[in-house]
Design a protein around this ligand. Structure first.
Ligand code: GLA
Length: 388
């Protein structure tokens, strides 16, 4: 049961009429607790799915077209289903929908003419994975209840983003949107594509705090980091031919390259290798309820992203540094790709309200922007929902 379903059905009927009762599918956004820029290096990540989600309503269409209306942008896109295989990206939000439609067709699933309405509560550009939420909910809507292996669904949506949207992202966002768990985080091994559901201590809450900025640099810097990691791997393979990705590199191995590897490659690799270690340590500390250790690992992750990986920005740094001064805060870091978007802050539940007011006041004073805050409630992964 989900009340967003009734709202979306209503919107659907206003748009397309009520002749045919739509089916409704939901896919969540996520907050990544730790393990940043490790997924495309085949390492570890530990996100949780959020109650912020994209909801897609769908019913058959009679005119041979796939039509998608976004309530958020109040725009519609349509394509004849016969042309899906050869579709080209338009470089706008519609590419997420068409990308998954095309991947479904390429994977042998027939896409029927249909009308879709999408409505998302995941803030765009916030680092909370609004794109995976739309991809996964649209894919489920286009499948219309036909079975698909969950891992196949996550991979297919990632291919849509890599091959059609043109963003060389890892698997984390699509994976957690599919495999999210109510009340828990999920530690994902991005090489084996297996996961462990990881409990979180009840004495801590996580709040995502939005800088409300998204610097243009984000997309190109992400591509550069992917390339820089590949270059670091290539240089290490001369000595260790069995290294396939930074996942295969330990801190000890990396230390051997200190004198020979260029400084940029060394710093990028050091972030990824140390971040993988932090994910393991964070998951262990979470299971035993070691709050201080968890907080310290979050801060170490941020410093590494700021100094070695260079994907932070002054707004993210300000939120992290200011949060760490506020009583009741265990730790804080940027979350997602970086260059804006959200921080994730771990705080004592009793202090959460007071902390939000103090942080908001300080950020407004510095940047003249009101940071949105989203309490992170670990939520289930994607699926069909029924109206309440
Ligand atoms: C974006 C990408 C993910 C991941 C993160 C950084 O969210 O979509 O695959 O690489 O950045 O951890």
């Amino acid at each position: 049961m989900d009340c967003s379903s009734r709202f979306v059905v209503q919107l659907f009927e206003e748009r397309y009429g009520s002749a045919c009762e739509p089916r409704v599918f939901r896919a969540p956004g996520r907050v990544n607790l730790i393990g940043e820029h490790t997924d495309y290096n085949l390492g570890f990540v530990m996100p949780m799915a959020l109650d912020l989600a994209c909801v897609t309503a769908t019913a058959p269409a009679a005119d041979g077209c796939l039509r998608v209306y976004s309530k958020n942008v109040e725009e519609s896109r349509e394509w004849p289903v016969a042309g899906i295989r050869l579709a080209k990206p338009a470089r706008d939000w519609g590419d997420y929908a068409m990308g998954v439609a095309r991947e479904l067709v390429l994977a042998g699933y027939e896409v029927e003419p249909s009308n879709l309405l999408v409505y998302s509560t995941v803030p765009v550009g916030s680092g909370l994975s609004s794109s995976a939420a739309i991809e996964v909910s649209v894919a489920l809507a286009l499948l219309g209840g036909r079975p698909i292996e969950p891992l196949e669904l996550a991979r297919l949506c990632r291919r849509a983003e890599n091959d059609f949207v043109g963003m060389p992202c890892g698997i984390m966002d699509q994976y957690i949107s599919v495999f999210g768990r109510e009340g828990a985080a999920v530690k994902i091994d991005c090489r084996s594509l297996e996961h462990q559901v990881t409990s979180l201590p009840p004495e801590a809450e996580f709040v995502a705090v939005n800088t409300m900025v998204k610097h243009e640099l984000g997309g190109s810097a992400y591509r550069n980091r992917v390339a820089e990691c590949a270059a670091a791997v290539a240089s290490m393979r001369e000595r260790y031919p069995r290294i396939g990705s930074l996942r295969d590199v330990s801190s000890e191995m990396l230390a051997e390259f200190e004198a020979v590897m260029d400084s940029v490659s060394m710093r990028r690799a050091r972030h990824v290798v140390s971040e993988d270690e932090r994910v393991e340590a964070f998951a262990a500390a979470s299971r035993t309820g070691d709050l201080e250790r968890m907080g310290a690992l979050l801060v170490a992750s941020h410093r590494s992203l700021q100094q070695d990986y260079e994907v932070s920005c002054q707004e993210l740094d300000f939120l992290v540094d200011t949060a760490l001064q506020i009583p009741g805060v265990y730790g804080a870091r940027m979350t997602g790709g970086g260059f804006g978007g959200c921080t994730v802050i771990m705080v004592q539940p009793d202090s959460a309200i007071q902390f939000q007011a103090a942080l908001s006041h300080a950020y407004q004073g510095r940047f003249d922007l009101t940071p949105e805050m989203y309490p992170c409630r670990p939520s289930p992964g994607a699926g069909e929902i029924t109206a309440c």
